[in-house]
Design a binder for this molecule. Structure first.
Ligand code: NAP
Length: 530
């Protein structure tokens, strides 16, 4: 069993930072946990220098060695055994079954990246051979591929301490592309971060790689985050978290002398549309299933359904309200998130346009002293109010949903076109709704990254065809995904080689095609040599 030290790790060395102290809290018991200290700017500098030094060797690993490294990380995570689950449960209150599932998802995604790294298939090789006889000008030989971008800074979210944490999708996709990573650990779960730093340190040693491939900086101050984003050696940022945090990091990156790409995955209200026909057919069971989806993980999912669009239907709304009230109260991830949830509800009510639906008001008032266990909340508003006030579209992170009541189908379409960017949108409909559904799909394609039919947005399958990202404010860049193997493309840049001798080309572009990858050759996809 690993003995926790409350330290940070810079290029394989455990350091005792000397900044301000901070403590995580066990959200279930409210017990304050071990004290950690913030890293300082000098620590950021050491980590980034080590990352830069590690970059040339790491980025040139053979596909087999690179894939073995990723597999070693997954194995070292598994080797942490129950300690990882128990430590994380103490810091997050997420529960062992949920954390066991999330660990499987995390090691599964690492193995999926190892697979595409091993067969070198992610580089999008493209070759246009020369036409020296072309008139009036000869055509040069041009070949291009994706290359790693350089040291990447990663910020994880508190609600997915494994899948979007220190060794989550951002870190693994950056490493898979051949980039060293410096993580600013989430201060809600510092011991979990430390365990992951220990696991990756072991994998680095096992594979005899430069230790600068990974560093973990612990801390909870905004200056530390900004110093990491603004360090001149940082080439890109992966961020998962709140809109306010993501926006601050995007703005800091944009102000740098040399701006860098920031891939920020932020909050979302994940609208769901239920047609009259589907509610007539199965309104009661849908209302119950919806309540379960909103309360899943105490509503602390980026894909939680925060806005429900229906036509007037008291029976559906009442069943939803009863089911939400009947669902057990959950535990919020930390006191700050609990307080932000209460404040978010208060702000919606303060608009004067939103009504309480279930009996949550009294419970909410009595929660002021225990924001860690708030009630499950259903609110409602009219379509007209929703269209006039964009504040009603803001994510309230936690177990709450806002029902928007429309007068007719035309208002459904108006609401769909009024949405800001979201991760997902869901449509529940029957065969009788074809015209309305087509209209909604056309509008929602402009607004979200994933459209779900007759299902729920919670539960994100990790696979090649997944899209987890949407137009701003859901993400900073809607043309990428943070889940699934295509997440690797974020931390790359394109390099083209013109009239380059065969022996100087990257292996993936050489005529012999040593890894037998599929390439676009003169417009045709082929795995043949040239
Ligand atoms: P968070 O508070 O934004 O924290 C994420 C990271 O950003 C932390 O390391 C935090 O460090 C840092 N940070 C926050 N505010 C900052 C600022 N103003 N300047 C610099 N750094 C800052 O996020 P969270 O509360 O842990 O996560 C919940 C949110 O994440 C929800 O909104 C949820 O929807 C979203 N989320 C989105 C996805 C997705 O894929 N789209 C997935 C999971 C979660 P400090 O705490 O030290 O400031």
């Amino acid at each position: 069993m690993y003995k926790l030290t409350q330290n940070s790790s810079i290029a394989g060395n455990w350091i005792s930072p000397t900044g301000e102290a901070f403590q995580a809290q066990n959200p279930a018991t409210q017990e304050l946990l071990a004290e950690h200290k913030n890293c300082l700017e000098s620590d950021v500098n050491s980590a980034m220098k080590a990352a830069q030094q590690a970059f040339p060797a790491f980025s040139q690993l053979s596909p087999a060695d690179h894939a073995n490294f990723l597999i070693a990380i997954a194995e070292e995570i598994e080797a942490l055994g129950d300690q990882l689950l128990e430590v994380c449960n103490q810091e997050t209150g997420l529960g062992l079954p949920r954390l066991t599932g999330e660990r499987g998802r995390t090691t599964g995604q690492i193995k999926a990246f190892a697979e595409i790294v091993k067969n070198a298939s992610w580089v999008q090789a493209s070759i246009d051979t020369a036409e020296p006889e072309r008139a009036p000008l000869p055509k040069p030989d041009l070949r291009k591929i994706l290359k790693p971008i350089g040291p990447v800074a990663v910020f994880g979210a508190s609600n997915f301490p494994f899948a979007f944490g220190t060794l989550g999708g951002d870190t693994i996709s950056a490493l898979a592309a051949g980039n060293p990573v410096v993580v600013k650990g989430h201060p809600s779960h510092p011991a979990t971060n430390e365990l992951f730093a220990y696991a990756i340190g072991k994998a680095i040693s096992r594979c005899e790689l430069p230790q600068g491939v990974f560093s973990l900086l612990q801390g909870n101050t905004i200056p530390l985050s900004v110093q990491l984003v603004c360090h001149p050696l940082t080439e890109a940022v992966g961020f998962t978290g709140s809109l306010s945090g993501g926006r601050a990091i995007m703005d800091a990156a944009a102000k740098r002398a040399k701006p860098i790409p920031v891939f920020a995955e932020m909050g979302s209200v994940n609208p769901m549309f239920f047609t009259n026909n589907v509610l007539a057919q199965s309104g009661e069971s849908l209302a119950k299933a919806l309540a379960d989806s909103v309360c899943m993980g105490t509503g602390q999912f980026c894909t939680s359904p925060g806005v429900i669009v229906i036509q007037m239907n008291d029976s559906f709304v009442n069943t939803l309200a009863e089911s939400m009230s009947a669902n057990a109260k959950g535990t919020m991830l930390n006191a700050g998130i609990g307080q932000a949830f209460l404040k978010g509800i208060e702000q919606l009510i303060a608009t004067g346009e939103v009504e309480w639906v279930n009996q949550a008001q009294e419970n909410l008032e009595s929660s002021i002293n225990n924001a860690l266990q708030p009630p499950n909340v259903v609110l409602k508003t009219s379509a007209q109010a929703f269209l006039q006030n964009t504040q009603l579209q803001h994510e309230v992170f936690g177990p709450a949903t806002l029902v928007v009541e429309c007068d007719d189908d035309a208002q459904f379409a108006q609401i769909a076109s009024a949405f800001e960017g979201n991760l997902t949108a869901t449509i529940h409909a029957t065969d009788k709704d074809t015209y309305l559904v087509k209209q909604l799909v056309t509008l929602l394609e402009q607004k979200v990254g994933r459209i779900i039919f007759n299902g729920f947005p919670t539960g994100v399958e990790v696979c090649g065809s997944q899209q987890h990202g949407g137009p701003y404010p859901a993400s900073s860049n809607a043309s990428t995904t943070s889940v699934g193997i295509d997440a690797i493309h974020r931390f790359t840049r394109v390099v083209a080689y013109q009239n380059t001798p065969e022996q100087l080309l990257p292996a993936e572009l050489q005529n012999v095609n040593p890894y037998k990858i599929v390439r676009r050759v003169n417009g045709e996809f082929s795995s043949q040599s040239i």
